[in-house]
Design a protein around this ligand. Sequence first.
Ligand SMILES: NC(=O)c1ccc[n+]([C@@H]2O[C@H](COP(=O)([O-])OP(=O)(O)OC[C@H]3O[C@@H](n4cnc5c(N)ncnc54)[C@H](OP(=O)(O)O)[C@@H]3O)[C@@H](O)[C@H]2O)c1
Length: 264
Amino acid sequence: MNIIIVTGASSGMGRETARQLDRIYTDGIDEIWLIARRVERLEALSKELTHNCHILDLDLTKEASFEKIKLELELFKPNIKMLVNASGFGVSGNFADSDLEKQLDMIKLNCLALTHVTGLCLPYMPDNSRIIQFASSAAFTPQIGFGIYAATKAFVLSFSESLNAELKERNISVTSVCPGPVDTEFFDSFEEGKNSFEFKKYFMANEKDVVKEAIKDSYKRRPMSVYSLPMKAFKAVSDSVPNEVVLFAMDKLKKMENNDKINE
Ligand SMILES: NC(=O)c1ccc[n+]([C@@H]2O[C@H](COP(=O)([O-])OP(=O)(O)OC[C@H]3O[C@@H](n4cnc5c(N)ncnc54)[C@H](OP(=O)(O)O)[C@@H]3O)[C@@H](O)[C@H]2O)c1
């Protein structure tokens, strides 16, 4: 049985990836496995897709969820042709002022769960299969007021790049998706910690476009998918300018934004 697994399939870019892959794979895929906590969303998506779906309503910050995935894989012994790790969340706010549990949960979901799911799936991935990991442009440089999130995404990017190199012999490609702000439910929880950058809204991308480019880049077996010119420019700046200079500029921008708010 050939399958695709998508985590974070109940909304945003995970759901959109499931939709686009459903349309692309008219042949050769028997089932799409959908993972997230909101089961009613997964059921609605499964009705919409043309492929048969297997729903796993799991909280990926909980250890028992990985035991469940392991058991399902042992039971069905599928060929995982594609793994998409899209589950993740971000909360803004300076670390010292933030809810520590939330920051730790971010590490659990964005880093540990992604690593755990990838590790469990790899033995079932045949040669020539593909992995798409949702990182972020926040991975390119440390970020004031968004430090843990940026660090989790730097982890995803670094891990995925090395995994891509390690899996070359099996021709399994790993593509890290690194968009800037994308208009999804991500921003519903993002603002809880405040201290965000207002200018993010000027670079807001559409989830359909980001996912389309991510799938295209995965097909070309590119290690990274960076959507939009401004984010490509941000990557180039982050690569060439020392982190302390970028952090200095961010600090200045934030102070300017705060002054504008006070004067409003
Ligand atoms: N939107 C952006 O601006 C942006 C930019 C760059 C990168 N990203 C990254 O792209 C990925 C997709 O984000 P999105 O924008 O599509 O956000 P989203 O619409 O909020 O989707 C996040 C997904 O993660 C799932 N999830 C959250 N907590 C979970 C948990 N404890 N266990 C299992 N699943 C959980 C959610 O499902 P349930 O709530 O149903 O569990 C949902 O399906 C994330 O990794 C995010 O960090 C987003």
